[in-house]
Design a binder for this molecule. Structure first.
Ligand code: COA
Length: 180
């Protein structure tokens, strides 16, 4: 089977096409991707997840793990880890390779993740984000997330607060499911 047809979540009709940047395949994140994931994770976060956490996530039944592969080479340029808990989609991790940011990769990944969650019965989504992370906040706002609260000193050791963001997923049912 061709690698591009190997993903559980590949649906050519819904394959996101960012207006600029690489042509993407959003597919299931697998163990074979984890070397590339770890390189991006370490480049993105001051407290990166350890590899064993990703190893557990890719086989955890409640986790929805997506990879963004840049075509035609299939280079992994981003990933999303989401948990489906009853009707709630909890965004656990999302990151894009620094060289591929600002090109629609994060939005394509998150939109596809929210669509998959909706198809599995999700009605709302939640996440935490640093107030200082303006790129992530803009991404989340563009897909319907709004601030619902704040957890003081959530991120350690810096002691930065976490903003709590929620999104109602009903907008994905609208014509095209393009925008909230
Ligand atoms: C947050 C992150 C995933 C965004 O990925 P991305 O591929 O660069 O985002 P996109 O290109 O899809 O942009 C999505 C939206 O965010 C906006 N955006 C992206 N980067 C931005 C920046 N640096 N400043 C302001 N807005 C930005 C885009 O303009 C776009 O908004 P629009 O749809 O209204 O035009 C990426 O910056 C990243 O990996 N950051 C490090 C890891 C991280 O912080 N993860 C989130 C933890 S909560």
């Amino acid at each position: 089977m061709k690698k591009s047809m190997d993903g559980l979540f590949h649906n050519p009709a819904q394959e996101p096409r960012p207006p600029r940047g690489p042509r993407l395949l959003i597919t299931q994140l697998k163990h074979q991707h984890l070397d590339q994931v770890m390189a991006i994770e370490r480049a993105c976060f001051s407290s990166p997840w350890e590899r064993r956490i990703f190893e557990a996530e890719v086989v955890f039944p409640q986790a929805l793990c997506l990879a963004a592969l840049a075509l035609p080479q299939g280079l992994l340029v981003g990933y999303l880890i989401m948990w489906l808990v009853v009707d709630e989609a909890q965004i656990q991790n999302i990151a894009v390779h620094p060289a591929y940011r600002g090109q629609g990769v994060g939005k394509a990944l998150l939109r596809q993740g929210l669509l998959e969650a909706r198809l599995r019965g999700g009605t709302w989504a939640s996440l935490e984000v640093r107030p200082s992370n303006l790129a992530a906040r803009r991404l989340y706002a563009s897909l319907g997330f709004a601030e619902m609260g704040r957890r003081p000193a959530y991120y350690q050791p810096e002691g930065e607060d976490a903003l709590l963001l929620n999104a109602d997923l009903a907008w994905l049912d609208g014509p095209g499911g393009e925008n909230p």
